[in-house]
Design a protein. Structure first.
Length: 263
């Protein structure tokens, strides 16, 4: 049996998802996942261009064949989903640690910003950036109505002194959810219950360490950053290797930020 392949089209400024099927099978709505790359990067549907957070706090578009930087942007710092001509990415709201926005970039025009959503506001204790005792993870799906952001936030005790059981219990928090972003208006709607798309798995998958696309294997290597004030901090290098394991190119991308422990 031939597997049907999802196709993305852009019509009248609205994203339309179509499942290509054999004649007579008709069409149905599709819920599409990003083509995941290592270190929470994403690739376009053809697997030719990869988008990665860079060490400068922006995003690099990389030619996955040769490793060259096609363009960079500072309009967002985390790629979420790439189509043939659009990149959906997230960016924090300055001065609001529990808020972020979704940015839509035109990948055929050097990442020109096309749309920026209204702010997604999470519970007050959430931090979408790096903070002691906090974590935030997100991923995306795409359907005919636009982008779905799946998120998961956690909190725990991170003080310097040893906590009491009561302090540790009080500090532990967890929240997750789904928000829909309209690509035309930028409007945000948090979904729950019956408003959630059927079949949507409410899980943010872990970071991918290695991906094989065609004859290439993409992975990353972490090395010490050499910061005496923060020995935990790393530098991360993305690399592409052939079927024999020979490294063909490498490029520095953003490494996870490790904060020195509180004293």
């Amino acid at each position: 049996m031939m597997r049907t392949l999802p196709r993305l089209a852009l019509a009248a400024g609205l994203l339309v998802c179509v499942v290509e099927a054999s004649p007579g099978a008709g069409e149905k709505e599709a819920l599409l996942a990003p083509l995941a790359l290592p270190s929470r990067g994403v690739a376009d549907p053809a697997g030719k261009v990869g988008y990665f957070s860079n060490p400068s706090g922006g995003i690099d578009a990389l030619d996955l064949l040769g490793g060259n930087v096609l363009w960079s942007t500072k309009d967002a710092n985390r790629p979420l989903f790439a189509t043939a001509d659009r990149l959906f990415a997230q960016t924090p709201v300055e001065g609001k640690r529990n808020q972020l926005q979704i940015v839509i970039l035109d990948t055929t025009r050097q990442g020109k910003r096309l749309q920026q959503s209204t702010a997604l506001v999470f519970p007050p204790w959430v931090s979408v950036g790096v903070a002691h005792g906090r974590s935030f993870a997100s991923t995306a799906r795409l359907d005919k109505q636009g982008l779905l952001l799946l998120w998961d936030a956690r909190a725990w005790y991170a003080g310097g002194a040893r906590p009491t059981p009561e302090q540790e219990k009080a500090a532990r928090k967890q929240a997750s959810g789904v928000a829909r972003i309209d690509p035309q208006s930028g409007k945000v709607e948090f979904l729950e219950g019956a408003s959630l798309p059927p079949g949507l798995a409410l899980v943010v998958p872990p970071e991918v360490r290695q991906v094989k696309l065609g004859e290439r294997v993409y992975s990353f290597v972490d090395r010490p950053a050499g910061d005496p004030k923060n020995p935990l901090q790393k530098r991360r290098t993305l690399q592409a290797a052939d079927a024999d394991g020979k490294v063909l190119w490498y490029h520095e991308i953003a490494a996870p930020v490790y904060l020195p422990p509180r004293r």
